[in-house]
Design a protein around this ligand. Structure first.
Ligand code: SAM
Length: 295
């Protein structure tokens, strides 16, 4: 879906305000520059320093809004001295805004140790809310949102990824993960292996020009994404245990095609896999497997 980027320019004058000494956790856009709050801009303008994951990335955002505040680095590689530097600045009565490259700092991004140390020292810490990829993806997933669990990034290695998924297999609420477009098919396959056939959603490039939400069973999405691989940033959403789409004959045929023709498994092995994942009776799966084999 092409984003309808309105051709308007909003002229903003961001004034400095007086802020109390402390750490300000500031949400930034996840792709669309206007997805930033007025308070976030005012905070960036008013703090003494902006601590950024990558000064070039945040530099572009600040430049766009004409904010000249001095930037310092704070990222995953930042160690104790970097934290102590920020804490010293605050203890001397100044203010620091912490932001990541995109979205909310601390959410699958650096910052938690810094917040913990500030809180321990009794320093003022506050949050300026903003965009977040996990919640945006969840909203668009059309899966239950009354209860959900955010599970961060999936591991890149197969065994670690499957072990992690096993921990959440029986959780009966919608599961939200961060994943890369390159590994998404492997991850859907891992979900299918560990959790059985589930309803999954791949929400990619949210708020950007190529925003797209793909939805289906594991087998359906594996087939679609193998035929037409995707690029960009991805939120991966998995239905909770018990919240599984009823499989019909087409779903079973698709799964069998994948096992027999793409995975090159024998008919016997494919029937076993599909039976395990779907809970369908052996006789019915076997009949469908023969149809697929003879296609
Ligand atoms: N702190 C960020 C937040 O609040 O959303 C998340 C940072 S995390 C390092 C980056 C991951 O978030 C990406 O690998 C991707 O899984 C997800 N992500 C970030 N922006 C996204 C977007 N525009 N569309 C889809 N996923 C996105």
């Amino acid at each position: 879906m092409k984003h309808n980027n309105p051709p308007t320019t909003i002229k903003l004058t961001v004034d400095k305000v007086s802020l109390r000494a402390g750490l300000y956790l500031v949400g930034t856009p996840i792709g669309y520059l206007k997805d930033i709050s007025l308070r976030a801009l005012e905070t960036f303008m008013s703090v003494d320093f902006v601590a950024c994951e990558d000064t070039r990335v945040t530099g572009k955002l600040l430049h766009h809004y004409g904010i000249p505040t001095k930037k310092i680095k704070y990222n995953d590689h930042s160690n104790l001295p970097a934290r102590e530097n920020i804490i010293n600045i605050i203890e001397q009565g100044q203010s620091v805004a912490l932001c990541s490259d995109a979205g909310l700092p601390l959410i699958a991004d650096p910052g938690y140790k810094l917040v913990a140390e500030c809180v321990e020292k009794g320093l003022y810490v506050t949050s300026i809310p903003g965009a977040n990829a996990a919640l945006t993806g969840l909203q668009l997933s059309a899966m239950p949102t009354d209860q959900f669990i955010f599970l961060g990034f999936l591991a890149t290695k197969k065994k670690a990824r499957e072990d992690y998924l096993k921990r959440w297999k029986d959780v009966p609420v919608t599961q939200v993960y961060y994943e890369s477009a390159r590994r998404i098919v492997d991850s859907i396959r891992a979900v299918q292996t560990v959790m059985g056939e589930r309803h999954v959603v791949v929400a990619r490039e949210l708020t950007k020009s190529y925003e797209e939400v793909l939805s289906g069973t594991c087998s359906e999405l594996i087939g679609r994404l193998e035929a037409k691989p995707i690029k960009g940033e991805v939120v991966f959403i998995v239905s909770g245990e018990g919240d599984v789409k009823e499989l019909n004959d087409d779903d079973i045929l698709k799964q069998l095609r994948c096992e027999i023709h793409e995975q090159k498994h024998s008919v016997k092995e494919s029937v076993r896999i599909v039976m395990d994942q779907s809970g369908w009776p052996k006789k019915k799966v076997y009949e469908h497997a023969l149809t697929v084999k003879n296609e």
